[in-house]
Design a protein around this ligand. Structure first.
Ligand SMILES: [Zn+2]
Length: 439
């Protein structure tokens, strides 16, 4: 019998495909070649036809699509824990924005991004949708790490992070579009920070640019009650309605947070097929409020999961995030049957892939899709016995159980060892910047 040469075979795993039938293959295997999934099966005979260059033994492991984090500020890694226990506006105005003005340059963003991306990988993340400054440096770090990213330069009206205001940020965004137009792993978005940091004119300009270049729009929406109340006072309408009147919304929008939504706002977001990025732990920590998840779910809005930046979370664990989301919204609705594990696991996988325009390539393990796959250990005493892998993913495991990360069929982490980044160097650099931050 002639054997088929393939790059990688993942075998003996509990494979959760997250395909439309939510198929699970116990003792399953996945053949991977040239970055793509070639075959998924649990037929031991069929497996014999493959001759893999590398084999990953996933015995006692869950094998599933890698996580996609739909709202990050990845270069904020060095701001982790710098200022906590404050309301959003005090935190931004008195701590984050002044420090950013003092610290941010290309070098800082590159190294802080590398740090944040190393954390992403350790949390099983294969793609992130980022909004920050000097995005070219974050893209460079993502390319070095082998991780996929959507890079959006945060657009604000006032001077920030070395920019003198909106026009210089938009100019930088244009250079990003040009620089990454042919990149296989880096996409560029336009990221107006919010309605409270962008004028109507700025929002209009960004919207026109996104239409011209066919780019995703990524913004913070209705994160706090203050933002909602100020919008009513200033414009006579909610943040969602204000953006709707500008014709801002479409299925190419990622609305991060979306906490303060009226029923009419939810109807708008549903009708325009806007993708919502849920940031539960950030909203809890900053006491921003509870987004109306059940109402959004019932209106069939595409719901995705994110962590927000580590300065407001303070980690990048998607497993922790979906667990918190599920439990918070069960409690809020007095309904333990709401958002079962099999449902919430779609938020950071197939739903997120759809939101970022990658539904055909990512978000599930299917033949022809990219092999962006993680393995998660269930052999530790605290994970035994295991009746349902979905239950364990949402209610039992933590990110330390994530062992292997493959992106585009390439191992990026094996047995928790980073293969593309030097972990010790990253930790040393963090200590160096910690000192600088406090000078
Ligand atoms: Zn944010």
């Amino acid at each position: 019998m002639k054997l088929d040469n393939i790059d990688i075979l993942i075998e003996n795993g509990d494979v959760l495909t997250i395909n439309s039938e939510m198929e699970r293959l116990e003792n399953g295997w996945i053949a991977i070649n040239k970055g793509k999934v070639v075959e998924i099966s649990n037929d031991p005979q069929e497996k014999q036809k493959y001759q893999p260059t590398h084999t990953i033994n996933a015995k006692n492991k869950i094998v599933m699509p890698g996580f996609i984090n739909t709202h990050t500020h990845i270069a904020m890694a060095y701001f982790k824990g710098l200022a906590d226990d404050l309301p959003l506006y005090t935190w931004l105005n008195n701590h984050i924005w002044p420090k950013e003005t003092a610290m941010i340059n290309d070098e800082f963003v590159y190294h802080s991004s590398l740090h944040g991306i190393a954390e992403l990988i350790k949390n099983g993340t294969v793609m992130f949708n980022d909004m920050y400054f000097r995005g070219s440096e974050t893209a460079k770090a993502a390319i070095k790490a082998g991780v996929r990213a959507v890079i959006g330069e945060g657009v604000l009206d006032f001077p920030v992070a070395g920019y003198d205001g909106r026009d210089s940020i938009l100019k930088y965004s244009l250079s990003l579009i040009e620089q990454y137009k042919d990149s296989p792993t880096i996409d560029v978005s336009l990221s107006p920070h919010s309605i409270y940091t962008c004028s109507i004119e700025t929002l209009q300009k960004v919207l026109d640019m996104s239409k011209k270049y066919g780019l995703l729009l990524h913004t913070h929406l209705a994160e706090t009650k203050k933002e909602f109340d100020d919008s009513i006072a200033q414009h006579g309408k909610s943040p969602t309605a204000l953006l709707n009147d500008l014709d801002f919304w479409s299925d190419k929008c990622i609305a991060a947070h979306s906490v303060w939504l009226t029923d009419e706002d939810i109807d708008i977001l549903a009708e325009k097929k806007v993708n919502i990025s849920i940031n539960t732990k950030s909203n809890l920590k900053l006491a921003s409020g509870f987004m109306p998840l059940k109402k959004c779910f019932e209106k069939k809005i595409n719901l995705t999961q994110a962590t927000d930046g580590v300065a407001s979370n303070n980690n990048l664990s998607i497993i922790e995030e979906i667990s918190t989301t599920s439990k918070v919204h069960k409690a809020l609705n007095h309904d333990p049957t709401f958002l079962p594990a099999e449902q919430v696991i779609k938020f950071p996988t197939i739903n997120a892939a759809k939101a970022l325009g990658k539904k055909e390539l990512l978000g599930s393990i299917e033949v022809g899709k990219q092999a962006d796959i993680i393995t998660i250990d269930t052999d530790e005493i605290e994970a035994q016995p295991i009746y349902s892998p979905y239950s364990h993913l949402v209610y039992n495991l933590n990110s330390n159980a994530i062992k292997d990360v493959l992106i585009n069929g390439k191992p990026i982490m094996l047995n928790r060892q980073l293969l593309t980044l030097d972990e010790n160097e990253i930790k040393d650099r963090a200590k160096f910047y910690q000192k600088k931050m406090l000078e």
